[in-house]
Design a binder for this molecule. Structure first.
Ligand SMILES: NC(=O)c1ccc[n+]([C@@H]2O[C@H](COP(=O)([O-])OP(=O)(O)OC[C@H]3O[C@@H](n4cnc5c(N)ncnc54)[C@H](OP(=O)(O)O)[C@@H]3O)[C@@H](O)[C@H]2O)c1
Length: 338
């Protein structure tokens, strides 16, 4: 596999040019247990060397800590990076299981100013609505987001975990560059409605958790036994109890294909999501998250791995057999509202 810089792709008809794989930065300071800031900074630099330009954060990750952590890297490489951040979700540090969702105009205005200040940049390249508050019409929220574009505070708009209907309604107000939703060998619910809608509208897909939050790499099986008390994955039904055992057994074909291709199971998972989207003729930029430079290189190398029809057929049945939802409360996801 190559270590050359990855190619670039336009992030949908209305988005910026970015490397074909992005980097999820959430775990660098949030959600996945103890972190090493020096190593995370090295991972950011390694990604840039390899042609990764889309960096993903959110104001919700540690109440702004993640944006603050990334700011020096973004400022040092402002012309080379595409900064994606999000609003709409708050997760209080003193009550990490709680979710507060707001989509109203005054909140959006306050959130964008706070993110710009923490990031210490003049504009956000891609600004996502992180979660939907169904009590606020999406036209109203996207109307406010469109004002931010006109004011130069934001360059492109994105939505996360929206339904196909919500995407269509939003896109009618202002062009949407990308939908960021969970998409992996274990999580394929968006393929029924969201993916076809995005394809019809020329909207790119940014698959989050393409490694199934690490589970698809085989790096853990039982969240409650192997991960630290503050690790978010302990709240996810598919990584605990009997579900974790039966889901781990589903990784067998990934391991077999990986061994045959001199690759890792994680690389097979990343190659699958990239190729699956191509079948739907969608521009797709997965954002695997890692805090380790070696893993950045491993993940980036998967962009050059093309799976055969036979390998794809072996992987096809996995998702339907996964035990347990991807969140404890699916109401926050597109599948939970469709
Ligand atoms: N829009 C949303 O609602 C939403 C939700 C979740 C995530 N996201 C975004 O999507 C990004 C990616 O998702 P994610 O981080 O949840 O899940 P992911 O990318 O599926 O997996 C991340 C996990 O896999 C591990 N990992 C990464 N590369 C590996 C490798 N080559 N070998 C072994 N383990 C590896 C990481 O550990 P190390 O860090 O220790 O390497 C981390 O624990 C996040 O960073 C965030 O920016 C968005």
């Amino acid at each position: 596999m190559t270590e050359a810089r990855i190619p670039a792709v336009r992030l949908g008809e209305h988005g910026p040019q970015v490397g074909v794989q992005g980097l999820g930065c959430m775990g660098m300071s949030f959600a996945y247990g103890p972190t090493d800031a020096g190593q995370a900074r090295a991972a950011l630099e390694r990604a840039l060397e390899l042609g990764v330009t889309l960096y993903d954060t959110a104001d919700a990750y540690g109440e702004g800590d993640n944006e603050r952590f990334l700011s020096p890297f973004f400022k040092a490489h402002r012309d080379e990076v595409v900064i994606a951040t999000k609003f709409a979700l708050s997760i209080p540090k003193d009550d990490p299981a709680k979710r507060i969702i707001r989509n109203d105009a005054p909140y959006i205005r306050q959130a964008v100013e706070a993110s710009l200040k923490r990031l210490d940049v003049d504009a956000i390249d891609l600004y996502y609505m992180h979660r939907r508050d169904p009590d606020v019409p999406i036209e109203e929220s996207v109307g406010t987001m469109a004002e931010l574009v006109r004011e130069g505070k934001v360059k492109h708009l994105g939505l996360s975990e929206v339904t196909a209907d919500e995407l269509r309604a939003a896109h009618a107000v202002h062009p949407i560059a990308a939908v960021q939703s969970e998409w992996s060998l274990f999580s394929r619910d968006i393929e029924a409605k969201v993916v076809p809608a995005a394809r019809d509208l020329g909207v790119a897909l940014v698959p989050y958790s393409p490694l199934g939050r690490g589970f698809l790499t085989g790096s853990f099986t039982h969240a409650e036994q192997e991960l630290t008390a503050d690790d978010f994955r302990r709240q996810q039904p598919r990584f605990t109890g009997a579900n974790a055992d039966s889901n781990a057994a589903l990784l067998a074909p990934l391991r077999t294909i990986a061994a045959a291709r001199d690759a890792t199971p994680g690389q097979i998972a990343l190659a699958w999501v990239q190729q699956r989207a191509t079948i739907d003729t969608l521009p797709v930029v997965p954002i695997p998250g890692t805090r380790k430079p070696d893993r950045v290189a491993e993940n980036v190398a998967a962009t050059a791995l093309i799976l055969t029809a036979g390998e794809l057929a072996q992987l096809e049945p996995i998702a339907a057999k996964v035990a347990g939802d991807r969140y404890a409360d699916m109401a926050f996801t597109s599948a939970g509202r469709e």
